[in-house]
Design a binder for this molecule. Structure first.
Ligand code: ADP
Length: 538
């Protein structure tokens, strides 16, 4: 067979060639949208590549993005890797210091930024050590970016007059295409570098029927940010499949998303449970909206509560499919597609798991000494994964011990059943160790969120004199609904073993979240330790 490299340029040529008439639509706010075709996007990418070359970007230098999900971000997704440079998506929700640390460590040369993000980028600029140019989209006022020796250019000016064709170089499929830092939920952010090949194979697998079944009949809505593990591969998958894309830009609140779904009628969307929770609550308060154009919603990043899946399906006709992955795994590694011909109970049991591995990903659980444990649905251990789109190490060799066995130690704890479905019970750092036994914070959270009066619930382990650790439930109640800790504990009583039932409860306005919308358990534990929570102990 021909040795034909699997590269982003190949995706670009395909998308902008045979799929050239497909459309990328970007939200502009208040029900407004702008559109561009894939062939126009390809021309934009070529112009940008010429512009970047003109600014001195060569070899595998890093081109940072500081952007929402929109057509320009997609143009950088294509241009930077296809020209041989490395796309580096920066997480706009981190602090200025963290963003600068990440951009400096990756030695970004140029950053392409959204005009709407100028205020967030301004405090980062004085901290940057390697970036020489910032390119700002949308003709925004860039006065706030002055005062350093970094050159600030307009996106339109960089593209103006550039040829709309680029002679994309031959690139080794194993060369770096993109990099992304972990969001740092449990530790410092670490860089993960994706190759052209890993990205190609991951996107291709995302398109398969056992994963998201992406095809040219789809209109794909990536709500998960393009700076969060490449929007779970949805952007490249849509380009490969010739699906239309709808980009929400910065309009991510429940009402805006519902408006976008009703007017643009996407068939496939991806976002973390927090987003769908917002959408669900918004729909409950404002009935009469129709989001049933969605044939499939991909959901993951944290455990997807069964109640959320059931409400979406029963009340809104929308099927939520859970998937599991990490920045380190490109990210999609397992997908919870239920097997046919099973009882309704087993069907929901399968849907509530983190899923089965896609072909190309191998998984196992191991004990503390690293010995494999049986996939019998009983044994609990740390999940390990390997495969062509699983990283073999972090950038600059950080945390090398996580890769010692040739597998990636995920830091996730759970069990695997005989059909290969993984159920995560916790992240290793969040497991609650009570009297030598483990309590699953995730399971308690999923059950609590099923209570009609509960809007959000996070459970963390807090020190306890007798049991070392006991669960503290941090609960946000639905507007105007009063519930007591006794009632909530009673609600859990027939669902888990007695010693799992939390005796410590606190009601808050909001659960602290990380930059990608996960419960920030480090902060919750710190707030509890400093006495910021009013805790009721039963
Ligand atoms: P961070 O590691 O900083 O949170 P990632 O976005 O890479 O950043 O998160 C990966 C982690 O998210 C996984 O290790 C796992 O703990 C969690 N996760 C992802 N998907 C799921 C899921 N479906 N259910 C439970 N946890 C999940």
């Amino acid at each position: 067979m021909q040795n034909w490299p699997l590269t982003i340029a190949a995706i670009l040529r395909h998308a902008c060639g045979v799929n050239g008439d497909r459309v990328v639509t970007t939200a502009t706010g208040q029900g407004g949208y702008r559109s561009t075709t894939y062939s126009e996007l390809g021309e934009q990418a070529a112009q940008l590549a010429h512009g970047l070359r003109g600014l001195g970007v060569t070899g595998d230098q890093r081109v940072g993005t500081f952007m929402w999900n929109n057509a320009e971000h997609l143009a950088v997704y294509l241009a930077a890797p296809a020209m041989g440079a490395v796309l580096h998506t920066l997480n706009i929700r981190l602090s200025a210091e963290q963003i600068a640390f990440i951009a400096n460590e990756a030695e970004d040369q140029v950053i392409v930024a959204d005009g709407s993000l100028v205020p967030l980028l301004a405090p980062v600029l004085p901290l940057l050590t390697t970036v020489h140019t910032v390119i700002v989209t949308g003709g925004a006022d860039t006065a706030a970016l002055s005062g350093t020796d970094i050159t600030v250019l307009g996106y339109g000016d960089v593209l103006a007059g550039q040829p709309t064709q680029f002679d994309w170089p031959e690139i080794d499929e194993n060369a770096a295409a993109a990099m992304c830092y972990t969001s740092g939920t449990t530790g410092n952010p670490k860089g993960v570098v994706y190759s052209h090949r890993s990205t190609y194979l991951h996107s291709l697998n995302t398109c398969t029927a056992n994963a998201l079944d992406v095809s040219s009949s789809d209109v794909v809505l990536p709500i998960v940010p393009m700076f969060h593990a490449n929007a779970w591969g949805l952007a490249y998958a849509a380009l490969m499949a010739g699906a239309d894309l709808v980009m929400p830009d910065r309009f991510l609140d429940g009402a805006s998303l519902i408006e976008l779904i009703e007017s643009q009628r996407p068939t496939l969307a991806g976002a973390v449970p927090t987003i769908w929770n917002d959408v669900m609550n918004c729909l409950e308060k404002n009935p009469g909206h129709d989001i049933s154009s969605l044939r499939l919603v991909a959901c993951g990043g944290s455990a997807v509560p069964l109640s959320l899946m059931q409400i979406f399906e029963e009340r809104h006709g929308v099927y939520i499919q859970q998937a599991w992955g990490m920045t380190e795994t490109s990210p999609v590694a397992t997908v919870a597609k239920p097997l046919p011909g099973v009882s309704e109970g087993r069907h929901w049991e399968m849907r509530a798991t983190q899923g089965r591995p896609m072909c190309g990903v191998e998984i196992r659980i191991v004990d503390d000494a690293g010995h494999p444990l049986p996939a019998d649905g009983e044994a609990v251990g740390e999940l390990e994964v390997r495969g062509p789109w699983i990283t073999g190490g972090y950038y600059l060799g950080r945390d090398a011990e996580k890769f010692d066995s040739g597998w990636l130690r995920t830091g996730d704890v759970g069990r695997i059943d005989a059909d290969g479905f993984v159920t995560l019970t916790d992240r290793a750092k969040d497991v609650i160790k009570s009297g030598g036994e483990w309590i699953s914070s995730v399971e308690l959270e999923n059950l609590l969120i099923g209570h009609p009066g509960v809007l959000e619930a996070a459970v963390v382990g807090v020190p306890d004199d007798r049991w070392q650790e006991r669960p503290l439930a941090v609960v946000v109640l639905q507007d105007g609904v009063a519930h007591t800790p006794e009632e909530l504990r009673e609600f859990l009583a027939d669902k888990v073993v007695r010693w799992w039932l939390p005796e410590r409860w606190t009601f808050v306005e909001q659960v602290p979240r990380t930059s990608v919308g996960k419960y920030d358990k480090k902060t919750i534990r710190a707030r509890h330790a400093e006495g910021s929570y009013e805790v009721v102990t039963l």
